[in-house]
Design a protein around this ligand. Structure first.
Ligand code: 5AD
Ligand code: FES
Length: 352
């Protein structure tokens, strides 16, 4: 099928495309410039030149799961494991707050050491000390009761990528013990409870087809998340996927733009994985429609240990260095970091 400018115009006016046209658009580079500039125009119309920042605190790299793509999977016996104490997490927040962060993202492997009581204690303490901040959790699949307890303790956002919305593909990326249905259920429960929800997927993960990517988009259209995080799959030697190639910069950028056009109001991060496969990856992501960056606030001593994939950037820099570096990078791309809480904008609140 041939695509033309008409395809992008249709995407702009309908915020949607039939499967065959999406397929053609994702598989061809011919319209990339137009696609990127159209996505940028939409993001500027809604978010101006503002880029929201989130301070990421990777507080444990223990994980009970064994996802085949992930460097901190349980069976990676070479991984050196760490956990941050509540006090260490609080000092990350304190440093982050003085650097202008108003969102803290607590991310970790699925680590039973942090039971609901402990997570709630940590969340409550952050909530008490930083009433003007958003608290985001990214700690995997839990029961609805647990999600509700964290919410009641003061968490208000949750990130849980669906990874792939296709059953067969999901089985190729995960062991038997995990299920796509459960993952989707968690996402809908999080929404029901009232969290602002982020989901997303890896681009170019092993065995992924264009049809799989279209299923991802269709699933997101049903879920209607506030944030959509995507990044290229990146190899890790200590996983069963050690011999697979990385996802590509081009396809990731194309998808960022397509997502911006389908979900004009979404928060779309220019991810660390994107910055890892290309030195200007995050800047290019912003220019293709992304509007969030999530630098690391974890103590430098543990940064290298949270190695989901190889050669992850920013593992040697202090939080303040990353903050300054990002400020310059975002400026050089033509945007500006803002230090507000950075809530998603909703269509109904947005006046032209
Ligand atoms: N390459 C890229 N992204 C990865 N993630 C996990 N492993 C990899 C990898 N090898 C992503 C997953 C997860 C997020 C925290 O990191 O999408 O949801
Ligand atoms: Fe971390 Fe540049 S953003 S060093």
């Amino acid at each position: 099928m041939k695509i033309s400018e008409k395809t992008i115009n249709q995407l702009l006016s309908d915020r949607n495309l039939p499967d065959n046209e999406l397929n053609a658009l994702l598989e061809s580079s011919g319209l990339d410039e137009l696609l990127f500039s159209s996505a940028d125009a939409i993001r500027r119309k809604i978010y101006g030149d503002e880029v929201y920042i989130r301070g990421l605190i990777e507080f444990t790299n223990y994980c009970k799961n064994n996802c085949y793509y992930c460097g901190i999977r349980k069976y990676n016996k070479k991984a050196v494991r760490y956990r941050l104490s509540k006090d260490e997490i609080m000092s990350c927040c304190s440093e982050g707050y003085s650097l202008g962060f108003r969102t803290f993202v607590l991310q970790g492997g699925e680590d039973p050491y942090y039971n609901d009581k402990l997570i709630c204690e940590i969340v409550s303490e952050i909530r008490e000390r930083y009433s003007d901040c958003a608290i985001t959790l990214s700690i995997g699949e839990k029961s609805k009761e647990s999600y509700r307890a964290y919410f009641n303790a003061g968490a208000n956002r949750y990130l849980l990528r669906h990874e792939t919305a296709d059953e067969e593909h999901y089985k190729k990326l995960h062991p038997e013990s995990m299920s796509l249905q459960k993952r989707k259920q968690c996402l809908f429960e999080l929404k029901e409870i009232g969290y602002q929800v982020g989901s997303g997927f890896m681009v170019g993960s092993p065995y992924q087809t264009t049809e799989n990517l279209i299923s991802d988009i269709r699933f997101l259209q049903r879920l209607k998340p506030d944030m959509i995080g995507i990044g290229p799959y990146i190899n890790h030697a200590q996983t069963p996927f050690a011999d697979f190639a990385n996802g590509s910069l081009e396809l990731t950028l194309r998808l960022i733009s397509v997502l911006r056009l389908i979900f004009p109001y979404a928060l779309i991060p220019a991810t660390t994985a994107l910055g890892t496969i290309h030195p200007q990856g995050r800047e290019l992501g912003l220019k293709a429609g992304a509007n969030v960056v999530m630098p690391n606030l974890s103590p430098v001593k543990v940064r290298k240990l949270y190695d989901l994939y190889e050669n992850k950037i920013c593992t040697g820099e202090e939080a303040a260095q990353c903050r300054g570096c990002l400020e310059r990078r975002v400026k050089s791309a033509g945007y500006n970091i803002v230090t507000s809480i950075g809530n998603v904008k909703k269509e109904e609140q947005h006046s032209e």
